[in-house]
Design a protein around this ligand. Structure first.
Ligand SMILES: NC(=O)c1ccc[n+]([C@@H]2O[C@H](COP(=O)([O-])OP(=O)(O)OC[C@H]3O[C@@H](n4cnc5c(N)ncnc54)[C@H](OP(=O)(O)O)[C@@H]3O)[C@@H](O)[C@H]2O)c1
Length: 324
């Protein structure tokens, strides 16, 4: 089959369209004929092997898995031993650890769910990682309640566009923080107020938010805490574009428990659980019309390296998708 693969860590130039062996459906897994695959910052981490701590999981000297991409949507083409929940022909979405920028992908059924019927494959591929992380951050970690004031930093981005919609669905009053030219998009997702971070900082009004969901990953914790009421919470979704050293921007997550010991707002990291159950919860929100994917750009498989280059610039308006 054709796939976008790499042999060494590096920039997007290390990727190429190659012929590789098609996957087989092992126990508890299915093979999906991939129709579309999502692009998210995790793909860049897998590709570059940076921050270096990521190599402990993905391969010390070179990537253990050659094919890139994780989120996907497609049609089940084969089921492995013991699989009863899916059958060939089922339209599905989810994540895989063995590469989704490919004609076929092996996916454990615990990471797979039925595709929302109202979404195209390209829209569905934009959901699994970002929406699940947004749901975990807004509902589970921040425990947002009706009437609360929530700020989403990076409100037009992959996770942020979902976080705004999920917070609104939970009854929150949302302020979105985004760069120039994205205010209309963020308001269309339900935010009542928008801060253009190029002209004002997130603490411009003093502490007024019950929760801040930070997906941009580039502000000091002290600044984020100043925007939150003393009983409130700062939720950290990412490490921004600092990929240097062992942990890159993720040192803030490590410091979060210690910072939270001092008086004032708590700081917590969030990790999306990309399981079937989480996807089913997101599907419910999508089918209820409360959440919709925002697609910025769609690239054909051969141009997946350009899709990653575009995302790495750090300013997508929603999600970037590769179609197969
Ligand atoms: N915890 C988890 O389980 C998990 C899962 C997936 C991803 N992540 C991490 O979460 C982070 C965000 O992921 P994503 O998919 O949302 O990335 P993304 O799609 O690239 O979005 C990042 C957003 O950050 C905004 N931004 C950039 N500079 C900013 C600044 N100075 N101030 C405010 N906003 C700024 C950009 O908005 P503008 O265009 O408006 O500048 C962009 O929309 C990444 O670090 C990723 O690795 C974590």
């Amino acid at each position: 089959m054709k796939a976008i693969a790499q042999s060494v860590y590096g920039p997007a130039d290390v990727l190429s369209l190659r012929s590789v062996a098609s996957p087989e459906a092992g126990p508890g897994s299915v093979v999906v004929s991939v129709r579309a695959a999502g692009v998210d910052p995790g793909v860049w981490i897998n590709m570059t092997g940076q921050p270096y701590a990521a190599r402990a999981a993905f391969g010390l000297r070179r990537p253990k898995v050659a094919v890139r991409g994780r989120a996907l949507a497609g049609v089940v083409s084969a089921v492995g031993p013991g699989v009863t929940s899916f059958a060939p022909g089922d339209e599905v979405y989810g994540t895989t650890g063995s590469g989704s920028y490919a004609e076929f992908a092996a996916v454990p059924v615990k990471l797979l769910a039925r595709k929302p019927a109202s979404l195209s494959f390209a829209q569905a591929a934009a959901v699994p990682i970002s929406a699940v992380t947004a749901l975990a951050g807004v509902r589970d970690v921040a425990a947002v309640k009706p009437g609360q004031r929530v700020m989403v930093i990076g409100a037009a981005g992959g996770i942020g566009a979902y976080a705004v919609q999920i917070a609104v669905a939970l009854g929150a009053v949302v302020t979105g923080v985004c760069g120039r030219g994205k205010a209309d998009l963020v308001r269309s997702l339900g935010a009542v107020d928008v801060i253009d971070y190029t002209s004002a900082e997130v603490d411009r009004d003093g502490a007024v938010y019950d929760a801040v969901i930070d997906t941009a990953g580039c502000r000091p914790l002290s600044l984020l805490r100043r925007a939150v009421v003393p009983a409130g919470i700062v939720v950290l979704a990412g490490g921004g574009h600092d990929a240097g050293g062992l942990l890159g921007g993720y040192t803030r997550q490590l410091r979060a428990p210690f910072v939270s010991m001092s008086t004032g707002p708590r700081v917590r990291g969030v990790v999306g659980r990309e399981r079937s159950e989480s996807l089913d919860e997101v599907t419910t929100l999508i089918e209820a019309g409360k959440v919709k994917p925002v697609i910025d750009r769609v690239y054909p498989l051969a141009e997946a390296p350009d899709a990653i280059r575009y995302l790495a610039q750090g300013h997508p308006a929603g999600k970037v998708v590769v179609t197969i």
